[in-house]
Unconditional design. Structure first.
Length: 64
């Protein structure tokens, strides 16, 4: 059997914690920022734990 390849785009977007949770960034923070409030832009900077329902799919992409 050949080795399983890691999805490189997923590798760049997600980070795995020591306990196995996956961290992700929020969307909509790249451009057209003038129309978004200061509070909204501040919350878009933060890193969030991914929802449980999406974790199996992302873990498979990361080769876990």
């Amino acid at each position: 059997m050949p080795k399983m390849k890691t999805n490189k785009s997923a590798k760049k977007r997600f980070k795995v914690t020591g306990t196995g949770k996956i961290l992700r960034a929020k969307a909509f923070a790249r451009h057209i920022l003038t129309s978004k409030s200061r509070k909204r832009k501040r919350s878009l900077r933060k890193v969030y734990v991914m929802a449980e329902v999406d974790m199996p799919r992302v873990k498979r992409m990361l080769g876990m």
